[in-house]
Ligand binder design. Structure first.
Ligand SMILES: Nc1ncnc2c1ncn2[C@@H]1O[C@H](COP(=O)(O)OP(=O)(O)OP(=O)(O)O)[C@@H](O)[C@H]1O
Length: 623
């Protein structure tokens, strides 16, 4: 007997133990999923064998075989359910790695994501690839026997565990390749030992599995045994798609929409793509795990989140099945594949069309979509210039008229423009409440001009990427002089010119006092109620962006704008010889900085200046 043939005992990793405990104790209300998970692993194992045979032809035909299948059986007397496949199997090292450790990256994320809500938590199992352990929901002991394709009969392995912290491994003989999993059911699970019951679970959860699944001695398949996307659309109902989506993603909420298209022509391919109704936990990680699964002639090849669809559609789930790629296609080959380029372009077009139809036909649903994925879709404006127009049409914004909701499209905005208005105005701000309170909006409010309020980190790239929509230029309200174009009437222009000359002397003095702080001081028609505000030089990046980039809060060349109609400013103009004018200048500047949401340089100096001024005012001793 070789050393390896002896039974050895191993401890599960701590996280594995936690997951096992969870399976056994918390996910019971959805216990049938154990079968879904095991069957899905078997189906993957059969697919992997088929793929491997392309690169290792010696594996082909090593046994006389019929169509690969998944067999589910049960033994009432022994209290066991068995799931067996003739897939690729596992070597000893693979068993230790795949079944023993769960050292997978998603595991701790999985544990962190648990909510305590059983339904949701069950949904997570599929997403995080801890499916095998679902066996312990119903089993008190699981025995897995497996032989890797290509290895001799005496190198099969038996893994066994009660899921309580340890598992054992021993070498065994096994005549045929593949994997057999025997579940010794817990007390009270006898109702599962029933042909009818097992069939209905399979029908319900595994109908779409492309391999035949048999139960008991009956050799006919319980499931449809054809990949769902290969079936004609006319045969499929929403419910079928939803169930398939659930299997694919582990997400128990119905998707917001799906598209199913079989395309024949220069390239033959099928798309079955879903728009989920909520964002996955890793939507914002640099390399989101799930994406679109690539199949070649129905065989699952790889999961891809970067090549098959652009990043701004990374929330889409589903499958692409191509007839034009080799089965041993790799990620590298995908890079240069014309077929993939073609399929990707067509998928993008169809997805954008699906979203447009949803936006037009089911605005409520689209609003849900936007809440979940709008910030991702926006990236398309600068990432995919070829579809910029289409994506622009799908954008939704909060505005000064939208009551806090992101529901204004650019088309809505344009149709609500005032006579003579030729620009689309926006304000970038770190948050919506900052935006809504911004002094930069005052004149726009007074003139009833709508302003888009942008608070997403990507929004700056969106406005610079777009630059214009239907010939209307996008214009920041916090940058450069306010520009009302044709909407400024003659009287206003005249008043502005008069103010400029009436305030010239004061401006010079303020500028001198604020040297090193304000790059310029100007009179503005932008304000109606605030005395002053800070704007960015027109040549600079918008200052909210500068703030994000530098973290300091102000543009490099901050301009102080003062409101000639404000009593405080009028009074300074009248009393320019006030010995406290320097203090006034600084207080005016610092409060404008504060209302912009930025930090002031010397809060202590600001407070003492302000207090001095208050004291002098209450003394009645100030000019
Ligand atoms: N029947 C089987 N035949 C061959 N390998 C298997 C079988 N069942 C499981 N495995 C191996 O064990 C690994 C772990 O399985 P598990 O179900 O826990 O996660 P997963 O299959 O990777 O993820 P998911 O559940 O999301 O499909 C699999 O990736 C596979 O390598």
């Amino acid at each position: 007997m070789s050393l390896q043939a002896e039974e050895e005992t191993f401890r599960f990793q701590a996280e594995a133990a936690q997951i096992l405990d969870l399976m056994a104790n918390s996910l019971y209300s959805n216990k049938e999923i154990f079968l879904r998970e095991l069957v899905s692993n078997s189906s993957d194992a059969i697919d992997r064998l088929r793929i491997e045979r392309f690169s290792r032809p010696e594996l082909a035909g090593d046994e006389d075989e019929g169509e690969p299948r998944i067999r589910v059986s049960f033994d009432k007397d022994a209290g066991t359910i068995t799931v067996a496949d003739d897939g690729i199997g596992m070597s000893r090292a693979e068993v230790i790695e795949n079944i023993g450790t769960i050292a997978k990256s998603g595991t701790s994320e999985f544990l962190r994501s648990l909510t305590g809500d059983q339904r949701r938590d069950t949904a997570l199992i599929g997403q995080f690839g801890v499916g095998f352990y679902a066996a312990f929901i119903v089993a008190e002991r699981v025995v897995l026997t497996t032989r890797r394709a290509g290895l001799p009969a005496d190198e099969a392995v038996r893994w066994s565990s009660d899921g309580k912290g340890e598992y054992s491994l021993e070498n065994v003989e096994r005549a045929e390749r593949g994997t057999t999993i025997v579940l010794h059911l817990r007390d009270g699970e006898d109702e599962l030992l029933n042909e009818h019951r097992l069939r209905s679970i399979i029908k319900r959860y595994s109908d779409h599995i492309a391999r035949p699944i048999t139960v008991g001695d009956d050799d006919s398949a319980v499931n449809q045994a054809s990949a769902l996307w290969t079936r004609p659309k006319s045969e499929l109902k929403d419910g079928d798609y939803h169930e398939y989506y659930r299997q694919l993603t582990g997400d128990f909420t119905d998707p917001l929409g799906h598209l199913h298209a079989k395309v024949e022509g220069r390239y033959d391919y099928t798309l079955l793509l879903f728009v989920p109704s909520r964002a996955p936990y890793d939507l914002w990680t640099p390399e989101p795990g799930q994406g679109v699964r690539l199949h070649v002639q129905r065989v699952f090849i790889l999961e891809d989140s970067g090549r098959l669809l652009p990043r701004y559609l990374r929330f889409v789930r589903g499958i692409i099945d191509s007839a034009d790629l080799p089965l041993n296609v790799s990620r590298e080959i995908l890079q240069g594949s014309q077929a993939i380029d073609h399929i990707r372009a067509s998928a993008v077009k169809k997805l954008l069309r699906l979203l447009k139809d949803m936006a037009d036909g089911e605005p409520e649903k689209y609003a849900e979509f936007w809440t979940q994925f709008g910030a991702v879709l926006k990236e398309g404006v600068f990432d995919d210039p070829a579809h910029r127009e289409d994506i622009a049409g799908l954008l939704r914004f909060t505005s000064t008229r939208s009551g806090g909701e992101a529901r204004v499209s650019l088309a809505d905005y344009v149709s609500g423009m005032r006579d003579g208005q030729d620009k689309i105005y926006y304000l970038l701000a770190p948050g919506l409440s900052d935006a809504a309170a911004s002094p930069h909006l005052e004149a726009f409010r007074a003139k009833d001009i709508e302003v888009l309020l942008l608070d997403d980190a990507v929004d700056n790239f969106v406005v610079t990427g777009l630059a214009q929509y239907e010939g209307k230029q996008l214009q920041s309200v916090a940058q450069g002089p306010p520009d009302f174009g044709a909407m400024a009437d003659e009287a206003e222009k005249e008043a502005a010119e008069q103010a400029d000359s009436a305030y010239a002397a004061l401006l010079g003095k303020l500028k001198a006092h604020l040297e090193g702080k304000a790059w310029d001081v100007r009179v503005t028609s932008r304000l109606t109620t605030s005395p002053a505000c800070i704007v960015a030089n027109e040549a600079e990046t918008d200052f909210t962006v500068a703030r994000r980039l530098r973290g300091s809060g102000l543009p490099a060349q901050p301009i102080l704008e003062i409101n000639p109609g404000h009593p405080l400013v009028e009074r300074l103009n009248r009393g320019q010889d006030d010995p406290r004018l320097a203090d006034w200048a600084h207080v005016l500047y610092d409060q404008a900085v504060l209302t912009s949401g930025a930090r002031i340089d010397e809060p202590g100096a600001f407070v003492s200046r302000l207090n001095d001024l208050l004291v002098s005012l209450t003394d009645g001793s100030s000019g």
